[in-house]
Design a protein around this ligand. Structure first.
Ligand code: DOR
Ligand code: ZN
Length: 364
């Protein structure tokens, strides 16, 4: 249970910060009757979001991406501005002409690589990277980024090692074979990933979730199995979390915000074989702010949340600003719409609040 009394050191923190409006560079908005419960939670604080294509069936074509984009926009509350940036789901049989059409559409900003079997709705993913080399060559030529779920799926590889092995076995050769391909290693979880990405040029970036910044694997396993802390890549040990904290708060342009907010109905999480995914959107920006405040790095939140992502993707920074105040509120224990969804930090107090105000900052 969290205390309503601040520890004394909190007094030295600023009470308000104003940042350029952020974007979420990795989110799952789902489809159908879940959309209207989920889209407003992201759109309330992010101007744009890179929307993952792992629907069932997945978004494989530009036509499917355009129709999905329309459904997302239709789920927005009236007057809420939000731009979905669409992605295509790479399969063994994605044709190169679909990549060209994606690039030409102006709607698709990345192509998502799921190793087959790695995670939720990944059964149509890539079985062997060599099968998509033709498509990767087209992406390299067009400057369309490859977004990686960076885990191997081989049964003999321990689940806690899957990211590190992916970097060695798949990512290093991939970057050698495609020296100009833009690549995002999504939702990084390890010191290995941080070190690897730091050693690359600006054509390699990495997103970091708020749950991997807040929690190590104890949060999932100590005192009972906590299915709402189960995600993929799975939470790692504390030394890895510390490496992620240092990376995110460093201001280094390789690293940017991607929540990987991934809602599942409560019954699918609280099950003998629970789904992977953490629904962080309802307090995502506030929680990143808590993390940066805890590291005395609030002055670097804007780089991570609002500047490094657009710079990587070659997109303009948002022109609006928003203000966060150090004021507590309590997150609901669950959201009930078409399905009941339990958010990250359900029923707990959140230390920062986004104020209504959102305005152009004056030059001074
Ligand atoms: O935890 C996760 N949930 N990781 C993923 O890679 C997929 C996501 C989902 O779609 O539920
Ligand atoms: Zn994801």
């Amino acid at each position: 249970m969290s205390s309503t009394q601040d520890p004394p050191c909190v007094a030295s923190l600023p009470e308000r910060i104003c940042i350029r409006k952020p974007d979420d560079w990795h989110v799952h908005l789902r489809d159908g009757n879940l959309l209207s419960s989920v889209v407003p939670a992201t759109a309330r604080c992010f101007a744009r979001a890179m929307v993952m294509p792992n629907l069932s069936p997945p978004i494989r074509t530009v036509a499917q991406a355009a129709a999905y984009r329309d459904r997302i926009l239709a789920a927005l509350p009236a007057g809420m501005a939000f731009t979905p940036l669409m992605t295509l789901y790479l399969t063994d049989s994605t044709p190169a002409h679909e990549i060209e059409a994606a690039h030409a559409s102006g709607l698709v900003y990345g192509v998502k690589y799921y190793p087959a079997g790695a995670t939720t709705n990944s059964e149509n993913g890539v079985t062997q990277i060599s099968r998509v080399y033709g498509v990767l060559a087209a992406m390299e030529r067009l400057g369309l980024p490859l977004l990686l779920h960076g885990e191997v799926t081989a049964q003999e590889v321990d689940i806690f090692d899957r990211e590190a092995v992916f970097i060695e076995q798949i990512l290093e050769p991939l970057l050698r074979d495609f020296p100009a391909l833009k690549v995002v290693l999504e939702h990084i979880t390890t010191q290995n990933a941080v070190d690897f990405v730091l050693g690359q040029s600006a054509r390699v970036g990495a997103t970091i979730t708020v749950h991997h910044l807040l929690f190590n694997r104890n949060a999932m396993l100590v005192g009972g199995i906590r299915p709402h802390h189960y995600c993929l890549p799975v939470l790692k040990r504390e030394s890895h979390r510390q490496a992620l904290l240092a990376a995110a708060t460093s201001g280094d342009p390789h690293f940017f915000l991607g929540t990987d907010s991934a809602p599942h109905p409560r019954h699918a999480k609280e099950s003998a074989c629970g789904c992977a995914g953490i629904y962080s959107a309802p307090a995502a920006l506030e929680l990143y702010t808590e993390v940066f405040a805890s590291q005395h790095a609030l002055d670097r939140l804007e780089a991570f949340a609002s500047c490094n992502g657009p710079a990587f993707y070659g997109l303009p920074e948002n022109q609006d600003y928003l203000t966060l105040e150090r004021r507590q509120w309590t997150l609901p224990a669950a959201f009930s719409g078409a399905e009941t969804i339990v958010p990250l930090r359900a029923g707990e107090s959140i230390q920062w609040t986004i104020t209504e105000e959102e305005s152009l900052r004056l030059a001074n």
